[in-house]
Design a protein around this ligand. Sequence first.
Ligand code: LLP
Length: 438
Amino acid sequence: NLDIETNAEDQLTIGGIEATKLVQQYGTPLNVYDVARIRSQIRKFKKVFEEEQTEYEVSYASKAFSSIAIFQVMSQENMHIDVVSGGELYTALQAHFPASQISFHGNNKSREELSMALENHVGTIIVDNFHELELLQSLLEEQPTTVNIILRVAPGVSAHTHEYDQTGQIDSKFGFDIDSGQADQAFEIVNQNSNLNLIGIHGHIGSQIFESEGFDLEVERLMQLLVHWKKRYDFVSEVLNVGGGFGIQYVGTDNPPAPEELVRQIIQNVRQAAEQNHLPLPAIWIEPGRSLVGPAGYSLYTIGSRKDIPNYQPYVSVDGGMGDNIRPALYQADYSGVVANKVHAPVVENVRISGKYCESGDILIKNQPLPETKPGDIFAILATGAYGYSMASNYNRNPRPAVVFVENDRAQIVIKRETFQDLVNLDSEYFINIGGNY
Ligand code: LLP
């Protein structure tokens, strides 16, 4: 089963603090991160690169969880980060994250977003398409500066994972197609503009990947392209960015390799291909999101109502659901959990953990073993740190939860709980036809 810590009273602890204490202080639903665990995974990734003696960058894909506090942690760890929108970029800049360590991604960056990136001197723009190249060229005429770019290509590889999470296959909205010559055409456009400094290529094949085969193929395709560009243009790439996607354990039956071991194999494959083709070894960049923050996150809920139907599995409802974690409804994602105030109490039933949202599909866990529970018990869902809060909504006008970071036996709010007032802050009253004839 998943790694958790409990104390002598059989209470779930997170970074040394009892989950029930956090709940008393901050309420539910509550998202909690064990920051030491994030730092530890960062260091594992970096250690593999050090052991393999490769130039590298580990770039946190911040779409997994973006906030000022997480950017501060990433900055303390001397990480790079990826942002995919003006909003993520703004958040990183508000956190005083060094712009030179930011990569800007996205398949439809607006003129305003690109201008913001240039103005703030982000380290790298990962260019996805021809429209973006045109926007960049026109912006660089108005705001002359030099910018490092990486061309994103579609490596034509499908990772063995849920279809919504596949991005590398040929029929994908992301990146330049290789076989039809789009990548070459992009290279030539970039080559003609001295303000665009091409430092490498990028590929990303999907998310929540457990097998190495997809990465093997990806590296093969990307290295083939670099060999081709060496021959055709005498271009030597400084950087090979292989994207993210390293899978994590959500339930006991998941058995992923350690994310850093997938990376080790990537490094070895790149080295081998470089040697075979007499190319210098490029710096290898990775972009993990889920594997950095997923396992470190917990969602704490209060158990409320239940419904028992003869011959069916009971529903046990909690005070959150698809608004703070859309993944089960959207991807049929599996999670596991524990009753935080009696983790090892004997199991008496298997239930469905349902949320409070007005949809039958709002089931967070389809088959959860539970001890005897009563309203007021605290249910903790594990490994919710990636794409949970970051995909949260105000559906049913439920306020989004608070987020707490725990480290060194101390806890601190890093995103406040939304209030009802927050929910109406952007609303305005309607006046056309009020009091009129309609
Ligand atoms: N790099 C690029 C270009 C990406 O598109 C992504 C994720 C990553 C890196 C990070 O992938 P990770 O290491 O987190 O797997 N909402 C979905 C996942 C969407 C992933 C989008 N791109 C989910 O909850 O499963």
